[in-house]
Design a protein around this ligand. Sequence first.
Ligand code: 13P
Length: 249
Amino acid sequence: MRQKIVAGNWKMNTTPAEGEALAKAVVAASSEVKGVTLILGVPFTHLCPVSKAIAGSDVKLSAQDCSAHDKGAYTGEVAASMIAPFGAGYVILGHSERREYHGEDSAILNEKMKQAYANGLAPIYCVGEKLEEREAGKHFDVVTKQIEEVVFNLSDEQFDKLVVAYEPVWAIGTGKTATADQAQEIHAHIRKVLASKFGAKAENTPILYGGSCKPSNAAEIFSKADVDGGLIGGAALKAEDFIAIAKAF
Ligand code: 13P
C-alpha cells in the first residue's frame, strides 16, 4: 500500500515561538491520526525549535527549500547539509511560489534535487499549472514537462524516496479547490508519466494534492484512488484543522 501523507507547508508564517507552539499542538493531537504520515514544512529559522517540539513523536520535519549549491559564497542561502542535522527528512522543492517569485526552473531544480538526495532529504517535488494553462487545456502538458525535466533524471533508488505534490496554481490560497475528479484525473496522469520512466515503482509514489485543501473538502479529495494525501498551506497553521484533514482519510 502506498504511504499516506499530510504535509503542512507553513510558508512564511509564524514566529519561531508560534511555530514551536503549533508543532507541539500537532504532536499532542497526532495520536488521533492513524496510518497517515504527518510532516511539518517549516521556515529555516524554525527547524531547531520545531525539531525539539516533535522529538520522540512520529511527526516528521521538512524544509521548504534548499540551496542548489553545497556550500560557499551564496549569501542568504541555506544548504541541504545545514537542514538535515535537525532531523529533517524532507524538503519541498519546486513550489510554484519558488518558481514564480524566485525564477526557479528545471535546471535549478535538478541541482536542488541532487543536494537534497546527497544529504538524505526526500524531495516533495511540486508540479502544477497556472489558470491560463488550464483554461487553454495545457495542464497535462505542463505537469508532464515539469516531471520529465527533473524527475526523469533521478536514479531508480532516488525515485523510491520521492514524493510528488500536484498543486494547481489557481487553487493555492484562493479558496478555489480542484474538484476531486479533476484531482484524480491529473494524479492518474502524473502516475502514468512516472510509470513511463520508472515502471511499476510509480505505483508506490505518494502523490499529494495541494490548493485550498481544508477539513471540509479533504475527505472527498482523499477518497480518490491516486490521491495519497495533501500538501496543506493555510489550513496547516491551525493544529485542529491540520489534524482534521489528516483524519479525513
Ligand atoms: P493553500 O492550502 O493555502 O491553498 O496552499 C497550498 C500550498 O501551496 C501548499 O504548498
